[in-house]
Design a protein around this ligand. Structure first.
Ligand SMILES: Cc1cc2nc3c(=O)[nH]c(=O)nc-3n(C[C@H](O)[C@H](O)[C@H](O)COP(=O)(O)O)c2cc1C
Ligand code: SF4
Ligand code: SF4
Length: 434
């Protein structure tokens, strides 16, 4: 069985699966049970400054989007940071860390954007024996209205300034958690690096309104007739998170900055994808909230089996392996030619591919009178739409045409050379082709 031991910015954990800062990590009871279930580490639910804790709403704080089978695809929340007193959380962190020295415990922090506030809380965290801190510059609701969370994360100068304070007043490894509610995620990541961050983690939740109650005419979840935007997470946000992780990993400025990948991780495969795009480990929230702590056991066994099959012996070998293959559109090979192919044994004659291609793509699927569907290579541009709308997995596949064959759509021979937009004759800015 592959060894899943992980070391992220010098913090060791038995596997790369950490619980993200959120309700699953809000108290000792939860974290002990999470560790018993097998989680490699946790980022404790965000702590605020000393004094009266924040107050949460007393009505529904979650909204959701479901698939047709009622499987939860996206979760929206209007919860704030921990609403339990600072000293209680610190006492519990210390107790759990003492009993689970081999697991990672990171403490998430969000205090006002003032040097004194950070200077005051950091020694209290260090005293617990925690392995590191994560700066929550991402929370998009409630706290941002008070000048914290995403309000800091949207201003690179603030990120740099606060990170510098944290590195000045604490020896603990520092992870800066980024908000996706910005235009270019590379800027805050660069700012975190300039401030001395040991790593970034992303994504926090995305600004969202999941639905509107059409009797009350108010966004849901509705509190006494009113709704507010919340933070979106779960499987639906994974594509956005993967792209942001890749953007940071591909950016020469931040290429060596460790990344903790967050956003929709539900299976071992999601985790492997984040790692392939540059994440050193992953954090999980919605999947644990939907299926319980034991979901980590599927992640552990799945990742380990896959690594065995691939002949990969350590998780660090996966990290960043897909980064060199993540490129810009202009560098894609325009001489790569494929055609859709329908497996008649799998086809159930539903006709979805026909409707999609006929009405919105290239009229490349034929339907016979007795509902046999076939692809017309003379028209097919291999757009992949039929694959994506077909209800049967692997029923339609994309087959690459071999070099030298004639593409019946264009009448041209398939080239064995790479040819992209940078050298294409139709590109007025093209550099001379080789
Ligand atoms: C109810 C809820 C509360 C959260 N609270 C925090 C928080 O206190 N601090 C924080 O950094 N992130 C918080 N998050 C964001 C998660 O840590 C994570 O970044 C986000 O949910 C994306 O991961 P996921 O798709 O696995 O859920 C919260 C998320 C949820 C659903
Ligand atoms: S790949 Fe696109 S063009 Fe080809 S058959 Fe499918 S939908 Fe039509
Ligand atoms: S969508 Fe798939 S199953 Fe349905 S007709 Fe097309 S190939 Fe067959």
């Amino acid at each position: 069985m592959a060894n899943l031991a992980s070391e992220f910015i010098g913090i060791k954990s038995p596997n790369p699966f950490w619980l993200a800062s959120a309700p699953p990590t809000d108290k000792e009871y939860n974290v002990r049970r999470a560790f018993e279930a097998g989680w490699g580490g946790v980022v404790w639910k965000t702590l605020g400054e000393e004094g009266p804790p924040v107050v949460n709403v007393n009505g529904p704080r979650y909204g959701a989007i479901w698939g047709a089978d009622r499987r939860l695809l996206g979760l929206n929340n209007i919860e704030l940071i921990t609403d339990r007193p600072l000293e209680v959380n610190l006492r519990e962190i210390k107790a759990v860390k003492k009993d689970y020295p081999d697991r990672a415990i990171i403490v998430s922090l969000m205090v006002p954007c003032e040097e004194e506030a950070w200077k005051k809380i950091l020694p209290l965290v260090e005293e617990t024996g925690a392995d590191g801190v994560e700066l929550n510059f991402g929370c998009p609701h409630g706290m941002s209205e008070r000048g914290m969370g995403a309000a800091v994360g949207q201003v690179p100068e603030y990120i740099e300034m606060v990170t510098r304070w944290v590195k000045q007043y604490s020896k603990l490894p520092c992870i800066v958690k980024l908000t996706p509610n910005i235009t270019d995620v590379r800027k805050p990541a660069e700012a975190a690096m300039r401030g001395g961050a040991d790593a970034v983690s992303l994504i926090n939740t995305i600004n969202s309104i999941t639905s509107v109650d059409l009797d009350l005419f108010a966004p849901e979840p509705t509190i006494d007739g009113k709704g507010a935007h919340g933070g979106y997470c779960g499987p639906a946000v994974k594509p956005i998170a993967l792209n942001m992780v890749a953007e940071i990993a591909r950016n020469p400025e931040t290429a060596n900055l460790p990344i903790s990948g967050i956003g929709g991780v539900t299976t071992w495969k999601d985790a492997a994808e984040f790692m392939a795009l540059g994440a050193g480990n992953v954090q999980v929230c919605t999947a644990a909230m939907t299926y319980g702590f034991k979901i980590v056991q599927e992640m552990i066994s799945g990742l380990s089996d896959w690594m065995d099959q691939k002949g990969v012996t350590s998780v660090s070998e996966i990290v960043g392996r897909a980064v060199p293959n993540t490129t810009d559109w202009k560098d894609l090979n325009l001489n790569y030619i494929a055609k859709a192919k329908i497996d008649q044994d799998l086809c159930i004659s539903c006709g979805r591919c026909f409707a999609a291609c006929e009405d919105t793509s290239h009229q490349a699927i034929n339907m016979s009178d007795d509902r046999v569907f076939s692809v017309n290579d003379d028209e097919c541009v291999a757009c992949n739409l039929c694959v994506n709308v077909c209800p049967i997995q692997d029923c339609i596949t994309m087959e690459q045409m071999p070099a030298g064959a004639i593409d019946p759509r264009t009448g041209e021979k398939v080239s064995d050379k790479h040819g992209d937009w940078t050298t294409h004759p139709n590109n007025p800015m093209a550099t001379a082709a080789e």
